[in-house]
Write a protein that binds this ligand. Structure first.
Ligand code: ACO
Length: 319
């Protein structure tokens, strides 16, 4: 089956925000509880530290990231009529995390709110769903969040996984762009024949090498696919915002595509892998840094399932 090419959506990004818990757990801290070292973790992953939540749930993290976006870009929260949270660490099955956030923000009862689980690709999936609902004029302003409390599903005695993950959330508010000065397009996909590579039941179980090999190939393919579908070339893209799972994965993709590493926005050093939150946290930092300059960014992610996806968005500018 050949998937139809993506369409360009007239979507603008109004705001982005992030929240990470205050508590920093360094590699040296972890070396006190498992047989590992700062040198091993940094050289194999690029991670130096991660944030770990205590009593906060992924809904609390999502709420704080949403508030950051609303406050930072002075958005009237009453305009929001759609809330989607991408997460694999929801505090409970129901109410959904998005529904909790709706309540915490005091949004109207007319809002539609629900969660999406596509592992680490969840935020790109959620953006595509939100964008389609906006384009169809069913909704006007979507709050899209990626939020994870991965420390709640990590086996803290397993050195193969506990060094990799962190907690945090990133949020974005998007709307239909009636001026048609910004656009967005998406490519999302999945397969189910690699459950043994990454599964989260009570805790995360992972075959790191399998995930690594898959990630390097699929990230390159997803980048090429969205460029091809959108009719753009790499020179049309200012920055690539990849899922932050391992700096070596990103470096391999850069090398294989003959791209300078500076083309990739990387912050894994401070947060580790925050799954569905990693791309929106990075985007929020990027957007806060560029202020009024408009940039075209390419998002690319992969996750358990496997799932994978990419998107092209315009961010920044005087809005
Ligand atoms: N400290 C010290 N030694 C360790 C540690 C640790 N924290 N973890 C593993 N080791 C050991 C292993 O036991 C192994 O020892 P052995 O050779 O005696 O068996 C050795 O280090 C090398 O292990 P490798 O698996 O070869 O290490 P590798 O270089 O592949 O790095 C890693 C492992 C970091 C997990 C890498 O494979 C990786 O990043 N994979 C992708 C992971 C990923 O992206 N996961 C999430 C994707 S989806 C999502 O984000 C939810």
């Amino acid at each position: 089956m050949t998937k139809p090419k993506t369409m360009m959506h007239d979507i603008k990004v109004l705001a982005a925000g992030k929240y990470v818990p205050d508590r920093i757990v360094t590699n040296d801290d972890l070396a006190k509880t498992v047989d590992t070292s700062d040198a091993w973790i940094e050289s194999r992953t690029g991670i130096k530290e991660r944030r770990i939540a205590s009593i906060e749930t992924s809904a609390d993290l999502a709420y704080r990231a949403a508030l950051d976006a609303i406050d930072r870009y002075q958005i009237d929260k009453n305009l929001i009529d759609l809330v989607i949270v991408a997460t694999i660490t929801e505090p409970q099955k129901t109410p959904s995390t998005a529904n909790m956030v709706q309540g915490m923000l005091g949004l109207s009862h007319e809002v539609m709110s629900f969660d999406i689980n596509a592992a680490c690709t969840g935020f790109i999936y959620a953006l595509e769903v939100a964008s389609s609902l906006l384009i169809n004029n069913r909704f006007r302003h979507a709050l899209v969040i990626g939020s994870e409390k991965l420390s709640s599903v990590v086996d803290h005695t397993d050195r193969n996984t506990c060094v990799l993950f962190g907690d945090g959330a990133g949020a974005m508010i998007i709307a239909k762009d009636h001026d048609q000065s910004s656009d967005a397009c998406f490519y999302n996909a999945a397969r189910h024949d690699h459950e043994d590579a990454l599964v989260v039941k009570d805790v995360i179980q992972m075959d790191g090498r399998k995930v690594y090999q898959f990630a390097v190939g699929i990230m390159e393919q997803s980048i090429r696919r969205i460029l091809d579908d959108s009719g753009m070339v790499m020179d049309d893209i200012d920055l690539i915002v990849p899922h932050q799972a391992n700096i070596r994965i990103i470096e391999s993709v850069a090398k294989s595509m003959d791209l300078p590493i500076e083309k990739f926005m990387i912050n894994i050093r401070h947060y580790g892998n925050t799954s569905a939150a990693s791309i929106p946290i990075t985007l929020a930092e990027l957007m806060a840094g560029i202020k009024h300059v408009m940039k075209r960014v390419l998002l690319v992610g992969f996750g358990g399932g496997f799932t994978w996806g990419s998107a092209i968005l315009t961010i920044g500018g005087t809005r």
